[in-house]
Structures are given as C-alpha cells and as structure tokens.
Write a protein that binds this ligand. Structure first.
Ligand SMILES: Cc1cc2nc3c(=O)[nH]c(=O)nc-3n(C[C@H](O)[C@H](O)[C@H](O)COP(=O)(O)OP(=O)(O)OC[C@H]3O[C@@H](n4cnc5c(N)ncnc54)[C@H](O)[C@@H]3O)c2cc1C
Length: 438
C-alpha cells in the first residue's frame, strides 16, 4: 500500500485552512488529506493512495478556476511544484504544475522571450493551458494550448506518462481541462516578444456612452497583432479605487499590441474617436509588467460567472448591457468582452480539444459576493443567444450543466469516451467534470 509523501495536512493540522483555500473563496475544498506536492513523486504517490483507498481526488493550484468543493478525499496542492526552466535556443519553457504566469514571464524575459500568458499573471500556467488559454497575444499566436510540446502527467491509474506519446491523451489534455490526469509539468513555446504596447483607457460611460460601440468599430479594423477587450465596471465610491474612477460606471478598454505593429498609431485612432480618457495607462512596457494592462485585483474574492462565445457583436444588444449590468444591478456585476478571431481561428499543428475556433468575441458576466445571481447572468446573456457559437471553459467560474459543458467543445463525445477510458471510476474531481451524461 502506498503512503503519502510531501507536505501533509489533515483537518486538525495548523495551516489546513490556508492550504485548502484559493483565490476563489466560494465553496472551498474540505479534504481529509492535503498533499503539498514538491515533486512529481509526491503527486504520483497521492494519486496511487487515493486510488487504492477509493478516495476522490482533486488538484488545486492557485484556485482561480475552482468550482466544486471536494468533500473528504485527497487534495493535491501544486503551488510548491513551481520550477521553470528556459531553453533559449529552442524558445521553450519547461514549467512545473504550480508555476504562475508571472514566474514563467520572469524566467523568460532575460532571454527576450515571453509566454502566452493571460490578463492576470498570478494565475497558474498549467490549468490555464488545460482550459485552452486566451492570452494577451491571443489573436497573434492562437490558444496557449496550441503551443504545448510535451506534457508529463500522472493518469488516474497512478502511472506517470509522457502524454505526447499517446495521441488521444495529448489531444484531450490540451483544452479538455483537468479531466484526464494530474499534470506534473509541461513544455511550452515562448515567443520573441520582449515588450508589449498596452494598457487601459478608462472612460466614464455617463460622459462617453458610445465607448463600447467605438471600441467595437475600432476592433473590427485592427490587425492580428492587436488583442483587446473591454470591461464594464461599476466602481464603488471608496478607497482604494482611484479618485477619478470612484462611484462611476467605467468602460475599461484593455489593449495589448505585439511589436510587429505600430501600437502608438493604432491606439491614437481609438483615443481620437472617443476623446481624452479619465485614465490612460497605455504605453510600451516590458513583458514583465504586462499584468498592469488589465490591472485585475490580485486578492482572493467570491465570484461567479457565465459566458457566451459569439459570432458577432450586435449594436442593439450592446446597448442592453449597461442597463442590465450597471450600478443598479442587484449585485456588483462586471461584463467583459474579449475580441477573438485572428490566429485563434487557425487549427494548431497537432490537433487538440479546444473548441469554437470560429468565435469572434467572448462575452462574460461576473458577479461578486456569495449570492445566487444566475438569473442576472442569464438576463444579460439572453439577448445574445442568437449569436452564440459556444462557451469558454476558462471563463466559466461556476458549475456548468453537461449540456453547457458540451458547448465548450467541438467533440464532447470523444472527450467523454476518453474520460471513461483514463478515469473509469471518476477518481478525479476536476473543476468542470465531463461525465458523458446529459
Ligand atoms: C481574474 C482572472 C483572470 C483570468 N484571466 C484569464 C485569461 O486572461 N485567459 C484565460 O484563458 N483564463 C483566464 N482566467 C481563467 C483561468 O485560466 C482559469 O481559472 C484556470 O482554471 C486557472 O486557474 P488556477 O491557475 O487558479 O487553477 P485552479 O483554480 O487551482 O485549478 C483549476 C482546475 O484546474 C485543474 N487543475 C489544476 N492543476 C492541475 C494539474 N496540475 N493537473 C490537472 N488538472 C489541474 C483542476 O481541475 C482545478 O480544479 C482568469 C481567471 C481569473 C480569476
């Protein structure tokens, strides 16, 4: 019988609460055992232990994407399994399961290289990639999952495998989420992008009601070097919100442009169409500071969100968003729209499970606090259902039905078959479990 190795907590061990919790504060895990893995052997032993004792098993990195609480069982935490090794010649990084994007960015930057990291560098790279991965350079280079070379994974049978030697497993892990094993490390591509031209333009929607439409008009004209988004945020009238934003309903236009395009000229065109913003943080910045482009909060919070992937943005439907989601909504509600298309629509060199490549926009609705706001989410998304081509896995912060999960993939049935093949007893409890049932 296997024993657990690595750091170990049970309910009465000091530090248990801190270890089981993550960025998402809703419904934290309540495991019987927590294994703080520092090596892949710790992961393998924990998987074997759970298997042999017939205990459910979950994995937590930083917990941004946490959905289902584990009740009993074994929780593997990966934050200490965080080494990053750069190969500047091959332009790759070998990243362990718990490395955050900021750790990867900081290791790659001295070589003039950058990864396909997202808006918040505190997110863990491996789970982000397992869910597809929409980066700050998404329209230029495609999904992060399209640029994975190797994956080391402990499958639910307790075996350590190189997924690239098993075409089905390699396909499923790149976009299919955490359903097929516990990944211990990955090799990913890096890109010669030492700087980005990026930041945010903040407009008061009361004074500039056409900010959303102007961004949309502009986004339709830009090259693939431009990846942009907009956040509609009702800022509270309190510190530490910057004085110029306090108490205002803000459109935050978030822009990131790779060095192969004329960033200043492109952003000037956007600024000219709207006038001076309240705050303008757009500038040439080293890749190490790209977390400031979206400038999202790094502190833990309770939140739920739903999203739709869209074929287009309808002018009329755009006008409904501020009315439904603005400061009078029943909960603090942030609507985000990300511009997709570009290289995201290209098939990768080796096919993977990422779906909905034809989507042109991602519309997500996020509410904070612990109350059930699913009716608000549905009301805001309802006018858009006629344009929906699917859903995004990574931006679903809350339980999905199997019918909704099916909409995140192009080939759900293949994923369901592979889930049964690799995990016939449903040992793994991922954030979005594929069950194969309706
Ligand atoms: C503020 C914010 C900004 C974000 N920005 C972006 C963005 O720009 N682009 C984007 O694509 N996504 C983005 N995300 C979503 C993010 O990629 C997902 O939440 C993702 O799940 C990563 O979360 P995490 O690193 O905290 O992992 P966790 O929440 O700890 O893990 C999420 C799930 O992944 C699985 N998992 C974790 N580690 C492993 C492992 N080693 N092996 C197998 N399965 C594992 C588990 O099922 C786990 O439940 C953002 C999220 C937030 C909260």
């Amino acid at each position: 019988m296997n024993d657990l190795t690595g750091m170990h907590w049970t309910e009465d061990t000091p530090g248990y609460d801190e270890e089981r919790r993550g960025y998402q504060r809703l419904d934290p895990h309540r495991p019987t055992h927590i294994v703080g893995a520092t090596t892949r052997d710790d992961v393998q032993r924990a998987v074997r232990y759970a298997r042999e004792h017939r205990l459910p098993l979950a994995v937590k990195a930083t917990g941004h994407g946490h959905v289902w609480p584990l009740d009993g069982g074994v929780l593997i935490t990966t934050s200490r399994l965080d080494r990053v090794t750069i190969d500047p010649e091959r332009k790759t990084a070998w990243i362990e399961a718990g490395a955050t994007w900021q750790q990867v960015i900081d290791a790659a930057a001295p070589h003039g290289l950058a990864p396909l990291s997202g808006s918040l560098p505190g997110v863990t790279a491996v789970p982000y990639i397992l869910g597809g991965g929409l980066s700050l350079m998404a329209r230029r280079y495609g999904f992060a999952a399209d640029h994975v070379r190797r994956i080391e994974v402990v499958t639910p049978d307790g075996e350590l495998r190189n997924a690239e030697d098993d075409p089905d497993l390699f396909w499923a892990l790149r976009g299919g989420g955490g359903n097929f094993g516990v990944v211990t490390a990955m090799e990913i591509d890096l890109f010669p992008v030492p700087t980005l031209y990026g930041g945010s333009l903040y407009y008061d929607l009361a004074a500039t009601p056409d900010a959303l439409q102007a961004w949309h008009d502009w986004a339709q004209t830009v090259p693939d070097a431009v990846t942009s988004a907009v956040g509609l945020i009702p800022f509270p009238d309190i510190e530490p919100v910057p004085a110029r934003l306090r108490g205002k309903y803000i459109a935050q236009l978030q822009v990131s442009i790779t060095p192969d395009a004329d960033g200043p000229a492109l952003v000037t065109a956007l600024r000219d169409s709207l006038g001076e913003p309240l705050i303008d943080t757009v500038k040439q910045r080293p890749f190490t500071e790209t977390g400031e482009i979206f400038d999202e909060p790094a502190h833990p919070a309770a939140y739920r969100s739903r999203n739709l992937l869209l074929s287009e943005l309808d002018k009329q439907a755009l006008t409904t968003i501020p009315n439904l989601a603005g400061p009078t909504a029943k909960a603090m509600c942030i609507v985000g729209i990300r511009h997709l298309g570009g290289a995201l629509s290209n098939k990768p060199a080796i096919d993977n499970a990422v779906g909905n490549r034809d989507a042109q926009y991602l519309l997500s609705v996020l509410t904070t606090g612990g109350n059930d706001t699913s009716d608000l989410h549905r009301a805001i998304l309802e006018p858009w259902t006629q344009y929906a081509v699917g859903r995004s896995l990574n931006f679903s912060f809350g339980p999905l039905t199997q019918a909704e999960l099916r909409e995140t993939y192009d080939d759900y049935n293949r994923l369901a078959r592979l889930r049964t093949h690799y995990d016939p007893t449903n040992l793994l409890q991922p954030n979005h479990p594929i069950t194969g049932r309706q």
